[in-house]
Write a protein that binds this ligand. Structure first.
Ligand code: HEM
Length: 289
């Protein structure tokens, strides 16, 4: 098919392709990108659910170095209390109290009331078991760190980081139009990521992953002994714990949007690229690197 080169350097079909026309398959994802992606997707699943188990041991978040009866520095608390209507679950966020019976603070396990922060279906193990939760969490934490190290090394060598993740001036210029296209569910299938995709993956890979790992390490007594300055950088142990939790919520939001985008953009094509490496681009986009 004849192509024109657009002013942003990309190739566009000179004439509109016939409806239903398919573009060619192009090699999009290297073996390192694919394997590391699925390893960290599995690791994140276990980290999230075992993390909620650990968090349930003390379902309160604070800002500062310390917590205790003499401090008033909590920003989030999940619990249960007796009320004239019987026991209820509550969540207090920045002083605002909400009744969250059934989900947070008080839920059910095997038909019985269960007085825990996050419900049993959201934790590993599902029953209260801090020791097992910690073993699972730390095991997958090191899997995640090792996987990211492999991803970083491979992405530096095969230039995936520079080519596909780091935003260039052209991406920043095209970003508003790409946001508008996403809002209208208009997706173009190119070899390269769209500016918004690059931004999302950049935030995850260069922002959220390092943040969640460093705040996790800052909570480790062994690391505190070796690098006491690390906990100071995050404003104290309790603030590090709060940042760790907020980063986790960032991942949950990313995950929901990410999977929704995969479904909306064409799940078979998207998943094929993340499993086999091959991606079907829109007609006329085969030369658009
Ligand atoms: C917490 C779990 C997950 C995280 C943190 C995550 C993160 C990411 C990141 C950072 C990338 C870009 C990778 C790179 O280019 O090096 C990516 C790509 C991708 N992810 Fe995930 N992902 C997760 C789960 C999933 C799941 C469950 C699916 C399947 C529905 C999925 C499908 C994909 C696909 C298809 C791509 C390639 C997108 C494209 O080529 O346009 N991801 N993911």
């Amino acid at each position: 098919m004849a192509t024109d080169v657009m002013d942003d350097g990309s190739a566009e079909p000179a004439t509109a392709p016939p409806p239903g026309a398919k573009g060619p398959l192009v090699y999009r994802q290297s073996i390192f990108t694919r394997v590391t992606h699925w390893v960290w997707a599995v690791a994140m699943f276990f980290l999230l659910l075992s993390g909620l188990q650990i968090w349930n041991a003390h379902p309160v978040l604070y800002i500062g170095q310390q917590s205790g009866f003499e401090f008033e520095n909590s920003i989030l608390e999940i619990g249960a209390e007796n009320t004239p209507d019987g026991p209820r679950g509550f969540t207090t966020l920045f002083g605002q109290k909400f009744d969250t019976t059934g989900l947070l603070g008080m839920s059910t396990l095997n038909g019985q009331p269960n007085y825990v922060g996050f419900p049993s279906w959201a934790t590993i193990p599902s029953v209260r078991d801090l020791a097992t939760g910690r073993v699972v969490h730390f095991f997958f934490a090191w899997i995640l760190v090792a996987t990211l190290a492999v991803w970083l090394l491979a992405s530096l060598v095969n230039r995936h980081l520079w080519r596909d993740i780091i935003l260039k001036p052209r991406d920043l210029r095209d970003l508003p139009r790409d946001i508008w296209d996403h809002l209208r569910f208009r997706f173009e299938h190119r070899r390269r990521y769209s500016p918004l995709q690059k931004l999302a993956y950049f935030i995850v890979l260069v922002g959220l992953f390092p943040l969640i790992i460093l705040t996790g390490l800052a909570m480790s007594p062994g690391m505190n002994a070796a690098w006491p300055w690390q906990i100071e950088i995050f404003g104290g142990r309790q603030t590090a714990r709060t940042i760790h939790f907020v980063a986790m919520m960032g991942f949950v939001i990313f995950f929901v949007v990410h999977v929704a985008m995969v479904v909306l953009a064409g799940p078979l094509n998207e998943l094929r690229s993340m499993v086999t490496g091959w991606y079907r681009v829109s007609p006329g986009m085969e030369n658009d690197k």
